[in-house]
Design a protein around this ligand. Structure first.
Ligand SMILES: [Zn+2]
Length: 160
């Protein structure tokens, strides 16, 4: 998979709800998860940004997020909960619209429950950067793009 395989804004698949991953699928989906990690790395080399990707962005309609900041981390069947009341505004970006920035509001903290590579349950406390990142990726699993969370009509900016 390469950057050319990333679905771009407007593709109907980006607006669909992804299906849960079953434990029995793990051996089939693990190689795809590694490919997703590779695409994140390719993206960062090209654009200098990009920490994670959601499987639907490559047309894999499964509830899977892959982070690749220093090492590949698969996040199967994530659930976000316990959102903090405190929020913050930020200019968000997305591999599905690489040069567009969108101002959104995100929760400062939340919790993440998911299955890892070995299908063990993990619970993480997320804050700041990781909190907004996972809120963004989690939205992809529910067919929501950051553009749909724009704060107002002027919350769009072209990356120069
Ligand atoms: Zn995105």
């Amino acid at each position: 998979m390469t950057l050319n395989d990333i679905l771009l804004i407007g593709d109907p698949r980006l607006y669909q709800i992804a299906e849960p991953v079953a434990k029995e699928e793990l051996s089939d989906i693990t190689p795809k998860a590694l490919q997703l990690a590779d695409v994140v790395q390719q993206f960062r080399k090209t654009y200098g940004a990009g920490r994670a990707i959601a499987a639907p962005q490559l047309g894999i309609m499964k509830r899977l997020i892959v982070m690749n900041i220093d090492k590949p981390i698969a996040i199967f069947n994530p659930v976000l909960y316990d959102y903090s009341e405190e929020t913050f505004e930020m200019w968000d970006d997305c591999m599905s619209f690489p040069n567009l920035l969108v101002k959104v509001s995100r929760h400062k903290k939340c919790k993440l429950r998911f299955r890892d590579w070995d299908w063990n349950e993990q619970i993480w406390d997320l804050e700041d950067d990781l909190s907004e990142l996972l809120q963004h990726e989690y939205d992809h699993l529910n067919g929501i793009l950051a553009t749909m969370r724009a704060i107002d009509d002027q919350s769009f900016k072209w990356r120069m």
